[in-house]
Write a protein that binds this ligand. Structure first.
Ligand code: HEC
Length: 238
């Protein structure tokens, strides 16, 4: 019993301390935990003009010659921490894809109505067909590509299209405004799409299906298509 009382007393004292720490009882600033967080200057690296280590907090980090009122201008001349890449350069490992769907392309293709409104669905379809004609799947079905393709398909496509591609994924089943789009069942349209066409759909998205370009790298997209072909051959798409 006595032990319990002591515990309550200790608890009460602790709470009181915390309360007092949180209360503003004087006009001087209260005790501050981790002041760096409050005084740090944030920036968007490629837009900002000069950044931003307060020597007060990390004196080892700065070149003191460049200290300017507590703010360091880093050395890229224009004061940027990161430079924009020169025009036309491509990040390492990034594979560009040249079938964009946007208003400029719509204008070029003449896919605009009388009021100048772009028909982006028509552009997407035209670009996907073009990709289908021009792009070839660089992979052949083998143990490695099929294993990986299945993994990618089950992770990224099955939630909507179902593990067998029958259009019965969980998202479709739960009826959250996403009708099931069968990819593999009898009469399913994608059976007639070329690999490059499906590659375009995965890369740029279509209608309610978003782009998966940032989640799935190009090689994995091609491998998922190989797995999809296998599903089609066993699900009787024809
Ligand atoms: C969030 C749900 C969702 C995911 C995940 C998803 N899709 Fe789709 N997919 C759709 C919807 C919805 C459509 C119909 C789009 C439209 O035309 O409006 C579609 C359409 C398609 C089509 C064209 C179907 C047709 O009849 O023309 C293909 C091919 C396709 N998806 C392949 C894939 C592949 C491959 C993946 C995995 C990389 C994938 N999808 C992931 C929702 C999804």
């Amino acid at each position: 019993m006595r032990l319990l009382t002591h515990r309550y007393l200790a608890l009460f004292a602790m709470s009181l301390c915390l309360c007092l720490m949180g209360c503003e009882v004087r006009d001087v600033p209260n005790y501050m935990v981790a002041p760096q967080i409050n005084h740090m200057a944030f920036s968007k690296a490629q837009e900002s003009q000069g950044i931003m280590y307060s020597p007060e907090f990390n004196p080892t980090m700065v070149d003191r010659d460049k200290v300017d009122g507590g703010i360091i201008k880093l050395a890229h001349g224009n004061g940027r921490t990161l430079l924009l890449p020169p025009e036309g350069t491509i990040p390492r490992g990034f594979q560009p894809l040249h079938y964009p769907v946007n208003e400029a392309v719509a204008k070029k293709m003449g896919k605009v109505d009388d009021k100048g409104k772009a028909d982006l669905v028509a552009v997407a379809t035209a670009q996907a067909l073009k990709a289908g004609d021009e792009l070839v799947n660089p992979f052949k079905p083998d143990d490695e590509t099929m294993t990986r393709g299945k993994e990618v398909f089950n992770t990224f496509c099955a939630p909507c299209h179902g593990k067998t591609g029958a259009g019965d994924g969980l998202v479709a089943k739960r009826g959250v405004g996403m009708p099931g789009y069968p990819l593999t069942t009898k009469g399913a349209k994608p059976h007639d799409y070329k690999d490059g066409h499906i590659f375009h759909i995965i890369s740029y998205g279509r209608g309610n299906m978003g782009s998966y370009a940032s989640q799935i790298n190009a090689a994995d997209r091609w491998k998922a298509i190989l797995w999809l072909r296998k599903l089609q051959s066993t699900q009787g798409a024809k």
